[in-house]
Design a binder for this molecule. Structure first.
Ligand code: ING
Length: 311
């Protein structure tokens, strides 16, 4: 019996700074309804999908920063998403800013969850690769202060049995690092879900701005192929508070082929039937890890953080 999961990539256009969570949730519930009409089992939303991408601003007032975080999930404004999951029989991946009090300590993460068709949270991931910088850098057209506002994730790269297969999660910058895919690949991932907010302008190297779409796809197509997994990657897109964000949300097969891609920079749903058994074409052959990998020669990958100087 084939294991086909019908997956929706639910791209979001801009979320204005003054847009409420309820307004964003209404847009997402509408996309879930569209997904239902296309027989989706699950839909994937972007990273930080409840608010505007607030790390683009330096804020010295922690209370102002914390207003972008969720202290409970679901909370009053996000519960309609969970109710829609049950009503429509559709799971979802949601990216959001998570604030959690641990005794005296307040912890802040760039987080994603997978919710099943019963509206239950089956998995949580906290972003491990935080891009950008810690301090206010006024030379930039806009800031990218994820390293200031979030802690690195402490849950590792996880996989969960859901929708008939082995599913995994990542967030935005994680998709640029091969380690993300290989750890999930070594855990047998068959369907990776990730959201992203990617500005078209990269202040440190503006001469690469025209390559943002190319770099977005090359890393995920490689990751999908080298680990034999489906990847559903979903943008917050368009001109958000004056910052142009990349669209081109897509669904990628284990062969590395893009099987569906958004063609607008607004709210847009694309759908693909993902046959999870097709992962075997790669996992049992060209990238049969247990037969071809030579970990005794890869030690440096986990033993060092930076480059080892050449003598
Ligand atoms: N955004 C960007 C991303 O990795 C970035 C940051 C853009 C890093 C371009 C390097 C080059 O897609 C997030 N939110 O990680």
């Amino acid at each position: 019996m084939t294991r086909i999961v019908t997956v929706g990539a639910a791209q979001l256009g801009p979320i204005a700074r003054n847009e409420t969570r309820s307004q964003a949730v209404r847009r997402m519930v509408d996309l879930m309804r569209q997904a239902k009409a296309k027989s989706c089992d699950v839909v994937v939303f972007p990273e930080l999908a409840l608010t505007t991408f607030f790390p683009r601003w330096f804020m010295s007032d922690q209370a102002e920063v914390d207003a972008y975080f969720e202290r409970e999930m679901p909370g009053p404004e996000t519960r309609p998403l969970f109710e829609a999951a049950v009503d429509l029989g559709i799971g979802f991946y949601l990216g959001y800013a998570e604030l959690v009090e641990e005794g005296e300590r307040t912890r802040r993460f760039n987080t994603s969850i997978i919710v099943d068709k019963a509206g239950k949270i089956v998995g949580k991931y906290r972003k491990i690769h935080l891009p950008g910088h810690h301090e206010h850098e006024p030379w930039r057209a806009f800031q990218h202060l994820e390293k200031r506002y979030f802690e690195p994730g402490d849950l590792g790269f996880g996989v969960w049995r859901a929708f008939g297969g082995i599913v995994g999660m990542a967030l935005c910058n994680d998709r640029r690092w091969p380690e993300t895919y290989r750890v999930l690949g070594l855990k047998g991932v068959e369907l990776m879900m990730l959201g992203y907010n990617t500005p078209l302008h990269y202040p440190p190297v503006p001469e690469h701005d025209h390559l943002q779409a190319f770099h977005n796809h090359i890393v995920m197509q490689a990751g999908a192929y080298q680990n034999g997994t489906w990847i559903v990657a979903v943008a917050k897109a368009g001109r958000e508070e004056g910052c142009d964000l990349l669209g081109q949300s897509c669904i990628i097969a284990p062969t590395g082929e893009i099987v569906a891609m958004c063609s607008t920079i607004g709210d847009e749903l694309i759908v693909a039937d993902c046959d999870l058994d097709r992962c075997k074409e790669i996992k049992d052959n060209v990238f049969r890890f247990d037969y071809y990998r030579q970990p005794e020669h890869y030690r440096l990958i986990v033993e060092t953080k930076g480059v080892v100087p050449c003598p």
